[in-house]
Design a protein around this ligand. Structure first.
Ligand code: C5P
Length: 323
């Protein structure tokens, strides 16, 4: 069968969180966004989304979630995807939020990308990966990355992507300090400190890191300076993760979550127990034991979730990225 479907179709999908293995902010652009050099990486912590589509004469979208999210980006994603497919119907979504919000883990962006990926399969509409990328960039700077998953270089606003080979499944510990960082505010605080001189150095060290991505390599997150100054608890947590045995610890995105990478699973589990149990964390702080998710696993997770809805030639979306 090809073309729009006639019956109700539903799926349960997982929307993974991301970390930034490197994040350099070069400068403010004429469009108000900042020019970035970053390495995105999906991790195993994920939100769970139930999504159902029934064809109908009008586009109707509803989202229920357990976190009271105002103006959920998933609803906008569903509307954009239906318009682009020229398909109408009822989209019902339920979100179980697992990824801490306002923490730089990309949860809201991943949820929106999950809708862009799932809806064409459920509705039988054809959208290429390139078309999905354009819709994703309209929803937010981090959304396009979640169409690919795995490890990818992001430049420009973060929407121009180049997939990298899968990194080893390094074990990691995430610490979400329960501090909600306002992303535009973090950019505004960082902006006056950016100089053309530092730009060149950042580009060179970023390129070196992409060339030789590995443990203890010169990675950095430019937001750490401004966000750590405002939230003195974050450098304390960073030190605690390092003391617990992490090979490297960085903040992700504009914060506030931190991640520590570990050379082996046992080390990560021990560190997680040390952080999560005992006196390591305050009540509002939470630690997660995760692993990095490569693009191969990310894609097979998607293929499994949508297996019964896959229509050859329609899903998975065709892409120049995937060859
Ligand atoms: O694209 P997104 O909605 O995630 O961006 C939120 C805000 O973060 C933007 O309005 C902008 O203030 C800032 N931003 C930026 N440069 C980027 C990405 C985001 O200045 N590359």
């Amino acid at each position: 069968m090809s073309g729009p479907v006639r019956e109700l179709r539903r799926a349960r999908v997982r929307a993974a969180a991301k970390i930034n293995l490197d994040l350099r902010v070069l400068g403010r652009r004429p469009d108000g966004f900042h020019e970035l050099r970053t390495i995105f990486q999906t991790v195993s912590l994920a939100d769970i989304i139930d999504i159902a589509f029934a064809p109908g004469r009008r586009a109707e979208v509803s989202v229920e979630d357990d976190a009271g999210i105002p103006d959920n980006l998933m609803a906008r994603a569903a509307r954009l995807a239906m318009e682009a497919m020229r398909i109408t119907g009822r989209v019902e979504m339920r979100l179980r939020k697992r990824i801490p919000m306002g923490a730089g883990l990309g949860g809201g962006s991943s949820d929106a990308a999950a809708v862009l990926l799932a809806l064409p399969a459920l509705a039988g509409g054809r959208l290429s990966m390139e078309e999905l990328m354009v819709l994703a960039a309209q929803l937010g700077s981090d959304v396009p990355f979640f169409l690919l998953g795995g490890t990818a270089v992001g430049i420009g606003r973060g929407t121009e992507l180049f997939p990298l080979p899968d990194a080893p499944r390094w074990p990691a510990v995430l610490v979400a300090p329960g501090i909600h960082v306002d992303t535009p505010g973090a950019y505004a605080a960082l902006s006056p400190r950016l100089t053309t001189e530092s730009q060149q150095n950042k580009i060179v060290s970023f390129q070196a890191h992409v060339w030789d991505l590995g443990f203890g390599k010169p990675a950095g997150n430019d937001f750490e300076t401004v966000v750590f100054e405002r939230h003195g608890r974050l450098p304390v947590l960073k030190k605690a993760l390092l003391r617990a045995g992490a090979s490297m610890v960085m903040m992700t995105g504009s914060g506030s979550a931190l991640f520590g990478l570990f050379p082996d699973r046992e080390g990560a589990s021990q560190a997680w127990r040390r952080m999560a149990g005992g006196s390591g964390l305050r009540a509002e702080e939470k630690a997660y034991r995760v692993s990095l998710v490569g693009r191969t696993s990310y894609r097979s997770m998607w293929t499994r979730a949508l297996a019964e809805h896959i229509i050859p030639g329609i899903w998975p979306p065709r892409s120049r990225y995937m060859r």
